[in-house]
Design a protein around this ligand. Structure first.
Ligand SMILES: [Zn+2]
Ligand SMILES: [Zn+2]
Length: 237
C-alpha cells in the first residue's frame, strides 16, 4: 500500500466545497463542484484582466483602469469568483483547509503559464497581512500560495520586502474610490536595494477592484521595481 493510499484510509479526502468523496484519486474537488469552476478567459481588460461579456476583437482597457490607472503593469486571475470558488477560498483562508493549497496553486501556475510565459520574473511577492491579523489567523494565505508558486517557477519568494504598515477595514461594502483611499499608504517596502530594477510577480487570493494590489504595486514601484504583474486565484466584481 502506498503512503498516500494509507493516508486516504485514515483521513479520507473530502471535496473542499461540499464534503463528498472526490472522484479522482488526486483531486480535492468532486466532479460536480469542479464543473462549477469558470476560468477567466477572453475577452478581458488588457490592464486589469477583468472579464467582459460578448466579443471584442481589439485590445481593450476597461473604464475603471482608464479612470484609476492602477499601479501594476498587468493583473490576471485564474477563475471567476462564483460557483464553488468562494467556498473553496473561504475554506482555505479562514478555516485552515491548507490541504487545498495543491489545487489552488495549480490554478496560479496555469494562469502564469498562459499570461506571463514571456515575462522574465525576478521574484514572487505576496500581498501582506497586517501583523496582528496574521497572528490572529495563524497564517497568511497569500504568502502560502506565493511560496508554492515561487517553487514551481524556480524563482525566489521575497516574503519580507513588502509589509502592511496599518490595518485596513474590510473592503466589501466600499465603492471603488473608497477602496482606493482605504488602502492608500497601507503598504511599505523595507529599505532594500534588491527591489531596484526588478520584475515582481505579486500574488493575492481574490481581486475585486484591484485597489489593494495597486497600492502594493505602487509601494514596489516607489522602491524602484521595473515591472509589477499581479496574479490572483479569483476575480470578483
Ligand atoms: Zn463537491
Ligand atoms: Zn481594467
Amino acid at each position: 500500500m502506498s503512503v498516500s493510499a494509507f493516508f486516504d484510509l485514515i483521513f479520507p479526502r473530502r471535496c473542499g466545497v461540499c464534503g463528498v468523496e472526490p472522484d479522482a484519486a488526486d483531486s480535492f474537488l468532486c466532479w460536480n463542484c469542479r464543473s462549477q469552476l469558470r476560468v477567466v478567459g477572453d475577452p478581458h481588460c488588457s490592464w486589469c484582466g477583468n472579464p467582459l461579456e460578448g466579443r471584442v476583437d481589439h485590445a481593450y482597457t476597461c473604464y475603471h483602469c482608464t479612470q484609476m490607472g492602477p499601479s501594476f503593469d498587468r493583473a490576471r486571475s485564474a477563475m471567476r469568483f462564483e460557483g464553488a470558488v468562494p467556498t473553496l477560498i473561504h475554506q482555505f483562508k479562514y478555516r485552515g483547509a491548507l490541504w487545498l493549497r495543491k489545487e489552488l496553486v495549480s490554478w496560479l501556475v496555469a494562469c502564469v503559464n498562459v499570461h506571463y510565459a514571456a515575462e522574465a520574473v525576478d521574484a514572487v511577492c505576496s500581498v501582506p497581512l497586517y501583523p496582528a491579523r496574521a497572528r490572529e489567523r495563524g497564517y497568511n494565505q497569500a504568502a502560502i500560495l506565493a511560496a508554492a508558486l515561487a517553487r514551481h517557477l524556480h524563482k525566489p519568494f521575497w516574503s519580507r520586502d513588502l509589509t502592511r504598515v496599518r490595518p485596513t477595514e474590510t473592503q466589501t461594502h466600499l465603492t471603488a474610490r473608497q477602496r482606493l483611499s482605504n488602502v492608500a499608504g497601507a503598504f511599505r517596502t523595507r529599505s532594500s536595494d534588491r527591489l531596484r530594477g526588478r520584475s515582481i510577480l505579486l500574488v493575492d487570493d481574490v481581486m475585486t477592484t484591484g485597489a489593494t494590489t495597486s497600492a502594493c504595486a505602487q509601494a514596489l514601484k516607489e522602491a524602484g521595481c521595473r515591472v509589477v504583474n499581479v496574479v490572483t486565484l479569483a476575480r470578483g466584481q
